[in-house]
Design a protein around this ligand. Structure first.
Ligand code: ATP
Length: 242
């Protein structure tokens, strides 16, 4: 479904990603783990078109999307939930959700948009209860649900999730990850960036480890969980949080 080939990204003269190759097959949950500054967010932004002008190629369903606009990429079926949620705090939950359909190709089809919204409310019933509440007044977990819900309004086939567990209590993190697995079972392919390596690897079919812009390891979630280097570098600290 997704293939990234020889991706190199520079911020000015700073090389943030170097020769990254990765694949995501339809129906998988794939995660990218790595320390702060490893380049994980940069990788997701390159896929969703938020970073342009990089070296290398990104293919989606066999088509080169490397120079496509973010809105075109959404319409091809990729939605991106950015790190830190990026909601409109002074708009209601409902308006934030509706904005997720704003660039969706079928936005003029009200029935289709309504169907998406009802589906989001089925997945996150709390968002229906909070529909008229300002997004900025929601709890951290509810805001993360809203950010995911907003991305789902464009009916993605591939969902990019950047640090969905960030700043959330362990119980809420479990809820969010249950939903991620449920979405995947409903047919949404997931590419997940996550600092909580234990949680990510336990949920993933396949995973990549990034270190200072380079891919240093890849394997199934189970393989990486039992890898000595991964255990020492990434799982010691994550264990207590998962
Ligand atoms: P984190 O978990 O802290 O978000 P990350 O693995 O997602 O880390 P990136 O945010 O992709 O890493 O950053 C990769 C590198 O690029 C870091 O060294 C970062 O400081 C740098 N960087 C990121 N965004 C920019 C930018 N807009 N301008 C300049 N440098 C940037």
């Amino acid at each position: 479904m997704l293939e990234v080939k020889n991706l190199r990204v520079f911020y000015g003269s700073h090389k943030a990603l170097d020769e990254i190759n990765l694949k995501v097959d339809t129906g998988q949950i794939v995660s990218i783990i790595g320390a702060n500054g490893a380049g994980k967010s940069t990788l997701l932004k390159s896929i969703s078109g938020l970073i342009r002008g990089f070296e290398g190629d990104v293919f989606f369903d066999g088509h080169d999307i490397s120079s496509q606009s973010p809105s075109r990429i959404v319409n091809l079926g990729i939605s991106h939930v950015l790190e830190g949620r990026q909601l409109f705090a002074s708009l209601s939950t409902l308006d934030n959700l509706n904005l997720g359909a704003y660039i969706y190709k079928n936005r003029k089809n009200r029935a289709s948009v309504e169907e998406s919204r009802e589906k989001v409310f089925e997945i996150f019933p709390i968002l229906k209860e909070r529909a008229s509440q300002f997004a900025g007044t929601l709890s951290g977990g509810e805001q993360q649900m809203l950010a995911i819900g907003r991305a789902l309004m464009a009916k993605p086939r591939l969902l990019l999730l950047d640090e969905p567990s960030l700043g959330l209590a362990p119980r809420i993190v479990q809820n969010i990850f249950n939903v991620i697995r449920e979405l995947n079972q409903q047919g949404v392919t997931i590419l997940l960036v996550e600092q909580n390596a234990s949680l990510a690897l336990n949920s993933s079919d396949f995973a990549y480890v990034l270190e200072t812009g380079s891919k240093i390891l890849e394997g199934t979630g189970a393989d990486l969980l039992s890898d000595n280097m991964v255990q020492q570098a990434y799982l010691g600290a994550a264990k207590s949080a998962s």
